[in-house]
Each structure stands twice: as structure tokens, then as C-alpha cells.
Write a protein that binds this ligand. Structure first.
Ligand code: DGY
Length: 580
């Protein structure tokens, strides 16, 4: 199937165009070419707020685009799902810093790479010009060698660590980090281009953007696959976007350097129990300072010196999909001279992915490139090769089977770590919670392979989570509670205070005393509290704790310590962080 013959995709779902020979791309035969989206009547962006009817139109359109809905428009109007889209639009506006969207006030006050690429597709639903601006700003930070940094520090903020003063990148093109993030940009750019209602604007913008996208893909292969394995490496957990995934635990065992004292700012905005531990942060910073000392502007060198070098499934799946979308764009724009180069990336990618398949587990796994070992952690990234379209039919069937088993264990999918894994923590960053953007990618991949029922379950869960808990950074797969920025702050703070009181009566704190206190005062099996307990134990007691065995549910805490009200902020949607 030639890329330029590909029918229009419904939102980002749909045919993944490539001319890579079908023989070497079994996934492409796996069917599920979705019908093109219906052509809507033309409504101008200016009319967005004018009448309830217009608003209903935009909401329906955005849902259809983002989730590739196939129902008639009437089914969507008046649906309980619609307020989510409306809230998302408001959220984007609230976080608009003038051409770029911050993921969250305070915690994430700059422009993040993959978040921005994702929210551009959100902006496109109701303001295409603004969507293109998001890319313009993002690529204004692109380095000369093609790398798009993970964060662009367009303007100062004191609420984030490590900021530009720690990274110390040159001021031009923009102060930024010296590492990158998953290359979602080409996927989103295709979406904008394919679904535009302002063709002239889209042509003009894409003429400018396409060479930048191409340069960034070339950077990935040059800097992160110099050995031509077909799969690229990440050199820092932050590059994966799934910063705190258990898939990095084993590879982060290298000794920590003697670091300058530092103060984490994230803990001022989110409870420590939902964030990476201090030990993990020490490793993050060790990598940062080592890269800086090695001059991280020489990315070719970093590949060889980094003590952390992983094949990340999330990055590689997104890159593979992005290659296909870049190829589609190249053909549309008449840039056929670059197609062979992209085909080569795709061919090699198919080969590279084969090494990441764990037949016994029926899953793809991340791989430590320094040891050659597949990592044993099963994370939601394992399902992203479906989004890439790189899995064979047989692999897709096993992935679907595995996913069903995960979903049997939790009311809300898809958890970021296998809920049967002892490392699963339902509230800690990337170690259990659900991320809507990952749901969307898995949903998209399942539809591509024809697993419509399973896709529907994920769609329904996503709608239920966001409808019930609001637009949160992430969600607890066991309770459906929103978590991350702004969420559960009061509850956590209160529980922390109670526990701290218990511990401080016992100097040094003793595990038995903590256990007794927990048993007396808290409902065992309360995962929220268990996370909190583990956090306190990690921080305060140098011993392992025997978590009390399951007990009948006990009464709620007996002592409620009066706390000053914690201001709750609004929440946000769409990016990988999707936050407040
Ligand atoms: C953070 O600071 O949590 C970011 O995800 C790093 O990019």
C-alpha cells in the first residue's frame, strides 16, 4: 500500500502508511483500516464560543477526532462525555503561556517536549493556528544537531528543579535540558495536517516544520543508534517520559556520585508518596552531572559513556509510529527523496523489535543495552508496539491476552505496571497509575489490530476516570481516584501528619510501633495508605517493614489532626503529565 494512497485516518487511529514491503511488515496486514471520518460542515474557529450549538459541534468533533468515534454525531450530543472535552479546552487556555502550553502550574512550568506535541493535537480541535504555534515554540529550542530537548526553559520559574541553572545549556537557541523525550511530534503533525480545515495555513506551516521533524528523526538514529541496531537508546529515565518506571530499577543500580546539595521542588507540589524516591533522584542527578561534565552537547559521545543505556519500548514504539507518519507527510509534501531513508529506519526497526519480544511472557520488554538483558518488568509500554504497528498478528494476540489479564486485576485500566508485580504501586509516578495518553495509544493500537472490544474497555475506563475524577495528571487503577498534581493533597497531608505523630513518639522509630499503629488506625489493604507508609519507612527507618497481612477493614483513622486547608488547584488534560 503506497502511503499517498492511504485513506484518511479517523483521528490518529487508522492506516499507518508505508511502502516498506508487506512481506517484512506483517503487522500491516493485520487489518483494521478504519473508515474515513465524516466530513463535517465548516465552522469557523471564531465561532467556538458563540452558541451552544457550535460548542456542541466542536465537542463532538473533538471527541470523534481524538477517539476516532464512529457513531453518528447525534449520539455524542448531550452525552455525559462532552464536559470532558469542554474542560480540556479550558485547561489548554489556562495553561497557555503564549505560544506554548505548560503541563502544570508550579510543578511543570516550562514547555515539555512530548507533552507539547500531544497537546498540539488538542489545540487543533478548536484553534488550528494555535496548534501550529505549539510546534513553532517547541522547535525553536531544537539544537543544531537536530535534538529536540525534553524541556525548553522559555522563561524563568523558581518552582521547578532542576532548572536551567543546573542544566547550564547555552542560551541559544533556548535554554533547555541536554536530553530529549519520546518523539511524538511527527505523529501529531500528521494529525494536524491530515485533518486541517485551513489547508493554506497547514501547507505553509508544514513547509517550515517538515525539515525540523526530519532532522530530529535523523538525530535519533545518529546519536542513539550509532551501531545501527534498528532501535534507539535512551540515556536517562527522564528521556522515556515514564521517568519512574520499574523497568529502570535494575539499570539504576550504578553508584551515585558525590552530588552538590540539592532541594527537590516537586515535593512542594505533590506528596512524596506519589513521586520518585530520593535514591532515584540521586541517580537522575548523577546522570545529569555526568552528562554535563562530558559536555552533553556532544551527544555522540554520551551514548558511549552513559552508565544508563536502555532500549525503551515507549520511545521506540513512538519513534516507529512517528517514522510512518513522517513518511506519510513526506509523500504528501512531494518530498519523495527522503522516503528511502525512512524506509530503511522502518526495515531496521522491524528487525530491532524482534529482540525485544519475550516469548514466555507474551510481552515486549525493555532491554538494558549495557548488559544485553531484557528487563523483567512488565509495564504499559509493553503494549505500545501495537501503537507502532510493529507487532506481528501472533504477538498482538498474546499482548491482547496479557492485557485482559491485567484488566481483570483492576477496575480501571491500563495500569502503568502489571498489577501482579510486587513493584506495582497504584499511586506512585509510573509504577502503577493510569495515564490517559498511554490509554489512548494502546486503544489506538488495539483498534489497528482489530481488538475493538478490548479497545472499547480502555476507552470506557478513560471516560469513566476523567468523568469521575476530573482531568488529572494520572489515576489510581484500583479506586479511580485522580492523583499527582493537586490530587488527594489534603488526604495525604492529613495521613502523613497522623503517621508522623505516631512515629515521633518513638525515637528512633520502630517498625513494630508503626505496624501496630497502622493496624489500629487504618484500613489495611488501603493502598493509598500503604504507599504512604512505604514512603515513611524508606525515609525514616533503615529496615525493611513487614506490611501487615490483610486484615478485615478497620475503621477510618481515629485521630483527625486539624490541618489548615490545602488550596486545591484546577487540573489539566491531554499531555503525558496532564496536570494542574
Ligand atoms: C520531572 O521533573 O518530573 C520531569 O518529568 C522530568 O522531565
Amino acid at each position: 500500500m503506497a502511503g499517498n494512497d492511504a485513506p484518511s485516518s479517523g483521528g490518529l487511529v487508522g492506516p499507518i502508511p508505508t511502502t516498506v514491503s508487506l512481506a517484512s511488515c506483517p503487522a500491516l496486514e493485520a487489518k483494521s483500516i478504519l473508515p474515513p471520518v465524516r466530513v463535517f460542515r465548516s465552522t469557523s474557529v471564531e465561532n467556538l464560543n458563540s452558541t451552544p450549538k457550535d460548542r456542541a459541534y466542536w465537542r463532538a468533533k473533538s471527541l470523534r477526532r481524538l477517539f476516532s468515534m464512529r457513531e453518528p454525531e447525534e449520539d455524542l450530543e448531550g452525552s455525559a462525555r462532552l464536559p470532558i472535552v469542554e474542560e480540556s479546552i479550558e485547561c489548554l487556555r489556562r495553561n497557555d503561556y503564549g505560544g506554548y502550553t505548560i503541563p502544570a502550574h508550579n510543578l511543570y512550568p516550562f514547555q515539555w517536549n512530548w507533552d507539547s506535541a500531544i497537546v498540539a493535537a488538542g489545540w487543533a480541535v478548536f484553534d488550528e493556528a494555535r496548534a501550529w504555534e505549539e510546534f513553532e515554540k517547541l522547535f525553536s529550542g531544537q539544537w543544531e544537531d537536530g535534538m529536540v530537548p525534553s524541556i525548553i526553559f522559555h522563561r524563568p520559574s523558581t518552582s521547578y528543579f532542576p532548572g536551567p541553572e543546573i542544566w547550564g545549556s547555552p542560551a541559544a537557541p533556548s535554554e533547555s535540558t541536554g536530553i530529549t523525550q519520546p518523539p511524538v511530534a511527527s505523529v501529531s503533525a500528521r494529525f494536524l495536517f491530515e485533518h486541517t480545515e485551513h489547508a493554506e495555513l497547514a501547507e505553509e506551516q508544514m513547509a517550515d516544520l517538515f525539515p525540523k521533524l526530519l532532522a530530529s528523526h535523523r538525530w535519533w538514529y545518529k546519536a542513539r543508534d550509532p551501531e545501527k541496531k534498528g532501535i534507539v537508546a535512551i540515556l536517562h529515565p527522564w528521556e522515556s517520559g515514564m521517568d519512574n518506571s520499574p523497568a529502570w530499577d535494575a539499570a539504576l543500580q550504578f553508584p551515585v556520585d558525590n552530588l552538590p546539595p540539592y532541594e527537590r521542588k516537586d515535593l512542594q507540589h505533590v506528596n512524596a508518596c506519589m513521586r520518585p524516591t530520593k535514591e532515584t533522584y540521586d541517580h537522575y542527578l548523577t546522570l545529569l552531572y555526568r552528562f554535563k561534565a562530558e559536555n552533553y552537547y556532544d551527544s555522540n559521545k554520551l551514548y558511549w559513556v552513559s552508565p544508563f543505556r536502555m532500549t525503551d519500548l515507549c520511545t521506540n514504539s513512538i519513534l516507529f509510529r512517528a517514522n510512518r507518519d513522517l513518511r506519510w507527510l513526506a509523500i504528501k509534501l512531494g518530498k519523495t527523496d527522503v522516503v528511502a531513508e525512512i524506509d530503511e529506519w522502518l526495515e531496521r526497526g522491524f528487525e530491532g523489535f524482534k529482540q525485544l519480544w519475550d516469548e514466555d511472557a507474551g510481552l515486549f520488554k525493555c532491554q538494558d543495552q549495557l548488559t544485553g538483558k531484557l528487563d523483567d518488568a512488565a509495564t504499559s509500554a509493553a503494549f505500545l508496539p501495537l501503537f507502532a504497528g510493529v507487532a506481528s498478528k501472533e504477538q498482538a494476540a498474546k499482548l491482547a491476552e496479557n492485557l485482559k489479564q491485567w484488566l481483570d486485576k483492576v477496575p480501571f485500566g491500563v495500569p502503568s505496571t502489571d498489577p501482579r508485580d510486587p513493584r506495582f504501586e497504584p499511586l506512585r509516578y509510573w509504577r502503577g497509575p493510569v495515564w490517559i495518553i498511554i490509554n489512548w495509544m494502546i486503544f489506538n493500537g488495539l483498534r489497528h489490530y482489530g481488538y475493538d472490544d478490548l479497545a472499547q474497555r480502555i476507552y470506557d475506563d478513560s471516560v469513566a476516570l476523567t468523568s469521575n475524577a476530573g482531568l488529572r495528571e494520572y489515576f489510581d487503577p484500583q479506586t479511580g481516584d485522580g492523583a499527582g498534581v493537586g490530587a488527594l493533597v489534603r488526604q495525604f497531608t492529613r495521613n502523613c501528619r497522623i503517621l508522623r505523630n505516631a512515629i515521633s513518639r518513638d525515637q528512633p522509630p520502630k517498625i513494630d510501633a508503626i505496624n501496630a499503629y497502622v493496624l489500629k488506625n487504618f484500613r489495611t489493604g488501603d493502598k493509598l495508605f500503604m504507599s504512604l507508609l512505604r514512603c515513611y519507612i524508606d525515609d525514616k527507618v533503615e529496615a525493611s517493614c513487614v506490611i501487615p497481612a490483610a486484615q478485615p477493614r478497620l475503621a477510618a483513622p481515629v485521630t483527625i489532626v486539624q490541618m489548615p486547608p490545602v488550596p486545591m488547584t484546577n487540573t489539566e488534560v491531554l499531555g503525558s503529565k496532564s496536570r494542574v
